[in-house]
Design a protein around this ligand. Structure first.
Ligand code: ADP
Ligand code: MG
Length: 338
């Protein structure tokens, strides 16, 4: 008899979880992105002990009916992609249909959801297995609580860092999501204390104020530019507002936060000698282009993307940033001399 066996779904979910679910912030990311994909305008995240004890995400999105709620925890269960053609025109954040299955396999979950038409439902899972499923009165939307993350994968649990480090990852994530979606009201609460709250009115400068403080937000200038293939807009700090790390330059491509070192370099180059040595600006850059110019399917966590026509995009950004900085600096100077 041969040695090869096809592994059961439960085991393969647990292995996939190793890739998708690295730490509490990865769970928050997947749950909040699902809430965004469901069209929510208000998303609240409650953490206990940085999410090690529990992570609750509440949204006012589409919700699910009973059939979808139970299907959603299946591997490769997704409502977002059905043909190969869809794969190259992805507009939603999730599409692999493996996040809920992976998270469920390494935690205990309570899901409450309703699509507003059929009555609500409460489902409980443990280590990926449904242990109860009860009809419950619930408003339209979804409320999912993930507790005891990694309770059945002790090796993964050991690898986690301190509460402060884990919380830091989630704060960074929520800041980026709030910047990516100024039209969604976000709230992040840790052990009962509010860490971030945005109003969902669509004003990026108000989101910047919620994250970096009003004084810094007032010292950020807006710019916009476009080429044949790309539209770019954003906010960049005056050279007097700097940070010791490049991480305060946030880049979004078609609504998705990405690590893009060449765009960060273009921004820094644009400041030229205006920046003190080893200091970097605060910036938020939104790039919009045909989804077909971006290859999102590079990394399981979807943080890295490839862009076509970078040779068009990078100088476009550098030029627009340089011109905004120059005019912001020189106009007030000229006025002072008078
Ligand atoms: P993906 O997001 O890649 O489709 P997930 O495992 O994250 O895969 O979710 C599976 C499916 O469950 C989604 O496609 C969606 O239909 C449904 N779903 C998950 N979370 C929510 C939510 N908060 N509101 C409505 N539907 C949801
Ligand atoms: Mg998802």
């Amino acid at each position: 008899m041969g040695k090869i066996q096809v592994m059961d779904e439960w085991l393969s979910n647990k292995i996939a979880a190793g890739e998708v679910v690295e730490r509490p912030s990865s769970v928050v990311k997947e749950l909040v992105e699902n809430a965004i994909d469901a069209g929510s305008t208000s998303i609240e995240v409650f953490l206990e002990e940085a999410g090690l004890t529990s992570i609750q995400v509440t949204d006012n999105g589409s919700g699910m009916d009973e059939e979808d709620a139970l299907l959603s925890f299946g591997r490769h269960a997704t409502s977002k992609i059905s043909t190969e053609r869809d794969l190259f025109r992805i507009r939603t954040l999730g599409f692999r249909g493996e996040a809920l299955a992976s998270i469920a396999s390494v935690s205990k979950i309570t899901l409450k959801t309703s699509d507003g038409e059929t009555s609500g439902l409460e489902v409980q899972l443990e280590g990926g297995h449904v242990i109860s499923n009860t009809p419950t009165a619930f408003r339209k939307g979804t409320d999912i609580t993930v507790s005891q993350l990694f309770f059945n994968t002790p090796a993964r649990l050991k690898y986690l860092k301190t509460i402060q480090t884990e919380l830091g990852h989630t704060i960074d994530l929520m800041n980026r999501l709030a910047l990516a979606y100024p039209e969604i009201a976000f709230k992040l609460v840790h052990n009962g204390g509010i860490l971030l709250q945005t109003n969902g009115r669509g004003n990026v400068q108000q989101v910047l104020a919620a994250i970096y403080g009003m004084q810094n937000a007032k010292k950020m200038i807006s710019f916009q530019t476009a080429s044949n293939d790309y539209k770019v807009h954003g906010f960049i700090s005056l050279p007097e507002v700097t940070r010791a790390s490049k991480n305060y330059m946030s880049i979004f491509v078609n609504g998705r936060w990405v690590k893009h070192y060449l765009i960060q370099k273009a921004i820094v180059d644009a400041y030229h000698t205006y920046l003190p040595i080893e200091r970097y600006p605060i910036a938020v850059i939104y790039v919009e282009g045909d989804p077909q110019l971006t290859d999102v399917n590079v990394h399981p966590a979807k943080l890295q993307i490839r862009l076509s026509k970078e040779q068009e995009l990078l100088p476009l950004i550098e030029k627009a940033v340089r011109e905004s900085i120059r005019s912001a600096i020189h106009v007030p100077l000229a006025q002072k001399k008078e």
